[in-house]
Ligand binder design. Sequence first.
Ligand SMILES: CC(C)(COP(=O)(O)OP(=O)(O)OC[C@H]1O[C@@H](n2cnc3c(N)ncnc32)[C@H](O)[C@@H]1OP(=O)(O)O)[C@@H](O)C(=O)NCCC(=O)NCCS
Length: 330
Amino acid sequence: MDVIALDDPPDAQIREWHGVLAAVHAADPGGEPAPDPERTARRLLGAEPGGRLRLWAVPGGAGGGLLGVAALRLPGEPGADRPGEIDIQVRPEHRRRGLGGRLLAAAAEGLRADGRTSVITQVLAGTPAVPFLESHGFECVLTLRGLLLRLDDVPAGRVARLLAAAPAGYRLARWRGAVPDEHASALARAKHAMADFAEYEGTPWDAHRVREMAEIVAKRGDDLYTVAALSGTVVAGFTEVVVPAGAAGRAAQYDTAVAPEHRGRRLGIWVKAEMLRWLAEQRPEVREIETDNSGDNAHMLAVNEELGFRVERESLEYQAGAGALPFPAP
Ligand SMILES: CC(C)(COP(=O)(O)OP(=O)(O)OC[C@H]1O[C@@H](n2cnc3c(N)ncnc32)[C@H](O)[C@@H]1OP(=O)(O)O)[C@@H](O)C(=O)NCCC(=O)NCCS
């Protein structure tokens, strides 16, 4: 049962890859919607802008089936000073036989060959991924609470009330997709306000990276919505939501931040309330919004709780240095 690299996988292999994701999800749904086959295909085939995806698999199932798969995303240019992002999935009935470890070793070689110094991944607390990663050189760098807002549970009038309490001296702007040129640099500056994340993401935000992130979302076929609070031309705070193609009932909260000098004026809850109003108008099919909050970000948790988000699960962000990762057996 050797690990093989998959370059430009044909349709049959993409279906097999999806079969592994579906089997893993069926065994442990973890509150996530089932994976969507078209989304898997788009991800595996779409040469994502702003990075590359390398793929490995362990064949050996009946009829050419795959027993386990590994995807390594290499954001930015080759050798960029940013961690790779790894995702390994092994069919439940083939676990504890070393397949996960072998897939990780193959991906680690890909990581080192690209000149990266570290890799990150996000997993659910309490799942086998935790002992797996900890036995392979990974350390937990961040605890994230997974929260869910069911729009049907938001009391009538709450959004309108929050919007009516507009902070003095600010106005709202909103856009779908890439940031308009006039706000690009100001949005990048506001993204610096997310200091908690900058620590391990490495690269500073600039207008180029902000556009690159929007392109990645669009290339997947998903829709990015942004609401910003402006003070003159400054983006004082913003919030982003992505409505995925193919699973439109549940949208994902992306970044929300308020620049330090504008905090304490309820800008965070104001932009989020406007996002709820705008989504209800533009995308009425969205019934739920999911988000991850850093476990120690008490302020953002309070904002989300006030809006009606409820804690669903805990995820952990793990990181390992390239040198700490296993090497393939000779
Ligand atoms: C995490 C996962 C990939 C591990 O795959 P695997 O093929 O079972 O891993 P391995 O057999 O190589 O395990 C290597 C070591 O990890 C540790 N480990 C793995 N699963 C474990 C578990 N359920 N309990 C305790 N330790 C575990 C053990 O130390 C194991 O060595 P051992 O079997 O000799 O004790 C698999 O459980 C999986 O697909 N989980 C769902 C998807 C996921 O969360 N992926 C993680 C994203 S990176």
